[in-house]
Design a protein around this ligand. Sequence first.
Ligand SMILES: C[S@@+](CC[C@H](N)C(=O)[O-])C[C@H]1O[C@@H](n2cnc3c(N)ncnc32)[C@H](O)[C@@H]1O
Length: 280
Amino acid sequence: MERTRAPSEIENPGIQLPGSIGPTVDLPPIPLKVEKASTLWGGIRLLLRDPRNGVKRIARFLRPMRKDYRRRFQMTLRDWLLYHQRQVGFTECRWMGVRAWKNPLDAWIYQEILFEVKPDVVVEIGSGEGGSTLFLAHLLDLLGKGQVLSIDIDRSFFHLTHPRITILTGDSSSPEMVAKVHELCRGKIVLVVQDGNHTKEGVLKDLRSYSDLVSLHSYFIVEDGIIDLYVPRDGIGSFDEGPLVGVTEFLKENPQFEVDRKKERYLMTYNPMGYLRRVC
Ligand SMILES: C[S@@+](CC[C@H](N)C(=O)[O-])C[C@H]1O[C@@H](n2cnc3c(N)ncnc32)[C@H](O)[C@@H]1O
């Protein structure tokens, strides 16, 4: 017999790209079952068995949410992402004092992935001020092995040195850079992070140039597909197609990679469809 859906059962409909910026992608939904921990009816039943605790439970149940946290509690996922991008992500987010343009929940997923893969080399395309680069180097310190190859076209804000970080300055899409990185990664377990040129073309170029480096069961992480889910009036979205559309096109031409949707399970990610796992 078919089970009736409880009102508390919510399903995420999957990621829909607005028609204006590229094809719609049908991804399997992330099922979310939110169980109610306690009900008023449970309190009433308890009242009959144990009046003192029953009264306490009912009072707790009926107590309104604290005013000072209510608004925050009622924010939608979109509200949170906009707040984080506008007011926190670019200015207030640091790793060990160095600015990192990362969503901390994505950073936690990075930690899980690095632990799973234990790469010899993490290629980071786009390091900015270096907070993310240092974060990767520190994770490799904890794992006791590995190097970060940091590629960036502009080093004016990057002032870091760390024994696990190798600095390569230049355009990630130049044939010289592609050749150099391939040489440094030969025979190694490799993971690639693309956080450089965020246009669809830039992302596609980097995917095509560096995806062959990614080891089996390792990842090509494409950052910031979230910009394709915003609209320009959000102050963050772009009129041009970005990483999500680049990934969608790449996946059509490359069956060696699959989107690992489990890595989006914390929901607050900057990287929708951005955790690409090499499967063959
Ligand atoms: C979003 S920031 C990187 C943020 C950093 N990964 C973090 O999480 O803190 C993007 C960086 O990509 C670099 N970049 C943009 N296009 C590039 C290209 N074609 N080749 C190399 N670096 C590029 C920019 O100079 C900038 O430093």
